[in-house]
Design a protein around this ligand. Structure first.
Ligand SMILES: [Zn+2]
Length: 347
């Protein structure tokens, strides 16, 4: 069979499937957006249902974090002094998440609010504006970090093409978009910085327990350092340096451990590749001896499967968020799961 023709057919089929999954600007998108938002909001509410009804157990500091890994960092540093709510349910992509007003209300009640920034959660700015002078302590994890721009997380076509507006940029206020790649939490060294910020915020909100937050931070920083050393050790044994990911979520990881993103399937989540881009990816996989194409559990794996089938390689999962078994919400376990997948792909 002509591979370009079969790719074209797959793309058409996928476009129909994906258009029902992802909202995009333009005519006819409002109903889809509404349905998607309603589903995600219901999911989020179900997740929050238990703590939402009651005030946190006495003495506990209420902390809201946008994504699962941030929630885990807060829990590890806060220990039993905090009650952590994760606002974006595991399994949902932060890129398409829009919280219901009730979730926003819960978030604004938290004493400490932790988000990534860098355009990942454009709705957080709305939340911060609406909370006014509540005394809430806010952590923007990306603040002060050098963000990767060259991979154009939410912005470019294949290498050489000029940057284009992303789905977020077209929908959100442009002043809130910092233009960088937001996936900083997938570099365990940058996470150490994020954790110091979180500890600072917890101490600011609850200065009486400074010593315990500092002790927990010290312990978790050591665990993060051990993870970093372990990944470095594995990376030395990798014979391949190129990989193809679903979207540029492992760019900071790649920079830290000297890997090369030979291609991404979707430059921005929801922007499926053209048949030509698909064919380019297949060619890149064949040329660089890549044995695995990565998919992500938050997104439909079909596009990765099409490329893998054409190139005669297999599909493995890299999970940038976490949540489901076997790692659950534990960041260290999540990263070791991803490390095992990379071992299989790159050794
Ligand atoms: Zn992303």
């Amino acid at each position: 069979m002509n591979s370009i023709e079969s790719l074209k057919a797959e793309v058409t089929k996928l476009k129909i499937e994906l258009s029902s999954l992802w909202p995009r600007p333009g005519t006819g998108s409002r109903l889809r957006r509404f349905v998607l938002q309603a589903c995600l909001a219901a999911w989020g509410l179900a997740l929050l249902a238990a703590p939402a009804g009651a005030a946190p157990p006495s003495g506990k500091l209420l902390v809201a974090a946008t994504i699962v890994p941030l929630g885990d960092f807060c829990q590890k540093i806060g220990g039993d002094l905090v009650q952590v709510q994760v606002l974006i349910p595991p399994g949902a992509s932060p890129h398409v998440f829009e919280p219901a007003p009730s979730v926003m209300a819960r978030a604004s009640q938290a004493r400490v609010f932790v988000y990534i920034g860098a355009g990942l959660e454009p709705w957080a700015a709305k939340l911060l504006r609406s909370r006014g002078n509540s005394g809430q302590v806010v952590v923007e994890a990306a603040q002060g970090l050098q963000l990767l721009r060259e991979t154009c997380h939410h912005g470019c076509e294949q290498p050489g093409a000029k940057p284009a507006a992303s789905h977020r940029e077209t929908e959100a206020a442009p002043e809130r978009h910092l233009g960088g790649n937001p996936h900083i939490w997938l570099d365990p060294v940058l996470v150490q910085d994020i954790c110091r910020k979180i500890a600072g915020a917890l101490i600011q909100a609850d200065p009486d327990h400074r010593a315990r937050y500092e002790a927990n931070l010290k312990e978790y920083l050591a665990a993060l350092e051990a993870l970093h050393q372990e990944i470095q050790q594995h990376a030395r044994a990798w014979t391949l340096r190129d990989f193809v990911s679903f979207h540029p979520s492992f760019s900071y990881f790649a920079r830290r451990y000297n890997l090369h993103e030979a291609g991404v399937i979707e430059e921005a989540p929801g922007r499926e590749p053209t048949p030509r881009q698909l064919q380019n990816l297949v060619t890149a996989v064949r040329r660089s001896g890549i044995r695995v194409v990565f998919a992500e559990p938050q997104f439909n794996p079909r596009m990765a499967e099409v490329i893998a089938q054409e190139a005669g390689v297999k599909v493995l999962m890299l999970d940038p968020i976490g949540g489901p078994p076997p790692y659950g919400s534990d960041y260290l376990k999540l990263m070791r799961y991803n490390l095992a997948a990379l071992d299989e792909a790159l050794r």
